[in-house]
Design a protein around this ligand. Structure first.
Ligand code: PAD
Ligand code: ZN
Ligand code: ZN
Length: 382
């Protein structure tokens, strides 16, 4: 089932297949026939098998995060290499791979730094939607389509740079491990890499979607004694308890600001706070929820375009650390296959985060599930 067409049949040729196209914001995507060009030098064409629906895709459709349109969205993908361009050496046709929004070129300033993970080959803050040579591999009805973060997974076939593709265990179930392309490492790494959550500590997680739930899993693995989950959706709170949240807070049930509630219930504020929603108010609330002296606040949520984060400088002069990260600060190609191997060895379990699986053509329904708060992660199957 998970086998790409024999690459000899299609390699070097344009593939005509179905993709979900975002023509404009605030409208459903339409599934149409697209032409997918063969990969150029350093590029890989992938048959997508599964793709998660991430809050970042939703931000784009709602106009919160601007990218050039029309585009094929989606970045949390798993698939099989169909063919490779000249000079590609890290993957070959038939390999199972994940699609990474943050590449790892292993040559740029960020990649060469011991901790840097924002590879300069893909500007996720200001996406241009084109391959590194400034062209596109997708067309529909004669129009060029843009990609998303060099990935584009809401399509039966995509073309990516080799540096954004990582080979994973051949036995990995592709319908599940797509979460390792975004949600899971993003949240888990925020806790274990960026914040370095300590045993016995108290953590507070704002937003319990796919990313926030992965933060919870990271806090639990790191030995946190208390994990406070904050969400406005009651269904999320009930599910969060099953994965390790010890205390649930719905800000709508309180008259006072939620940060005040957290400070009071913890004595002096949480040791670690995480924002996995993407609004300025909740970023400030997360900052003010952690201890004023030694608290660490990690911002993960993607803010609205051109917004500014304002807070009293005293909030950090006292010693608090405010930080953030993309994809859990993992050097993606080095680390993500190891996380998948841990999943295969049952050291990590992402299955409870997948609340819905839908055939690809029901993609718009998947977005409705995310917006209504009914899903943690929906996975589309191709
Ligand atoms: P999601 O929509 O599944 O989860 C967001 C959660 O926040 C939902 O459970 C909502 O009910 C809840 N929520 C919304 N508003 C509030 C509020 N005012 N107070 C409390 N809870 C609220 O999205 P997700 O988990 O896929 O993504 C979360 C954020 O992380 C989003 O901003 C996305 O763009 C960002 C993200 N960042 C990275 C990264 O590398 N930094 C990667 C992937 C996603
Ligand atoms: Zn994502
Ligand atoms: Zn790089």
């Amino acid at each position: 089932m998970e086998r790409a067409k024999c690459s000899a049949e299609t390699a070097g040729k344009v593939i005509v297949c179905r993709a979900a196209i975002a023509w404009t914001i605030n409208a459903p995507m339409s599934i149409e026939e697209v032409e997918v060009d063969p990969p150029k030098a350093g590029e890989v064409r992938i048959k997508i098998v599964s793709s998660g629906i991430c809050g970042s895709d939703n931000h784009i459709l709602q106009g919160k995060l601007k990218i050039p349109l029309p585009a094929i969205l989606g970045h949390e993908g798993a698939g099989i290499v169909e063919s490779i361009g000249e000079g590609v050496s890290n993957v070959k046709p038939g390999d199972k791979v994940l699609t990474l929004a943050i590449p790892q070129c292993r040559k740029c300033d960020s990649c060469l730094h011991a901790k840097g993970n924002c590879c300069l080959k893909e500007d996720v803050c200001h996406p241009v939607g084109l391959m590194l040579d400034g062209t596109s591999r997708f067309t529909c009805r004669g129009r060029k389509l843009y990609n998303l973060f060099g990935t584009s997974t809401f399509t039966e076939y995509t073309v990516m740079h080799e540096i954004s593709v990582v080979k994973i265990d051949a036995a990995a179930p592709l319908e599940k491990v797509c979460l390792f392309a975004c949600a899971f490492p993003t949240g888990y790494g925020s806790a274990v890499n960026k914040a370095r959550v300590t045993p016995g500590s108290t953590c507070v997680v704002f937003g319990l979607g796919g990313v926030g739930s992965s933060v919870v899993l990271g806090c639990k693995t790191a030995g946190a004694a208390r994990i406070i989950g904050v969400d406005i959706n009651e269904e999320k709170l009930a599910r969060a308890k099953a994965i390790g949240v010890t205390d649930c807070l719905n800000p709508r049930n309180f008259k006072k600001p939620i940060q005040q509630v957290v400070v009071e219930m913890t004595g002096f504020g949480a040791d670690f706070s995480f924002e996995a929603i993407g609004t300025i108010d909740t970023m400030v609330a997360a900052l003010e929820s952690c201890n004023l002296s030694y608290g660490v606040c990690v911002i993960i949520g993607v803010p609205p375009e051109k917004s500014q984060l304002a807070f009293e400088p005293m909030q950090i002069l006292s010693g608090r650390i405010l930080t953030g990260c993309f994809l859990g600060e993992y050097k993606t190609r080095d680390c993500i296959p190891i996380l998948v191997a841990d999943y295969m060895r049952k050291k990590i379990n992402v299955d409870p985060l997948i609340t819905h699986t839908l055939p690809f053509f029901r993609i718009n329904e998947g977005f409705e599930l995310l917006r209504s708060g009914k899903s943690i992660r929906s996975v589309l199957l191709f």
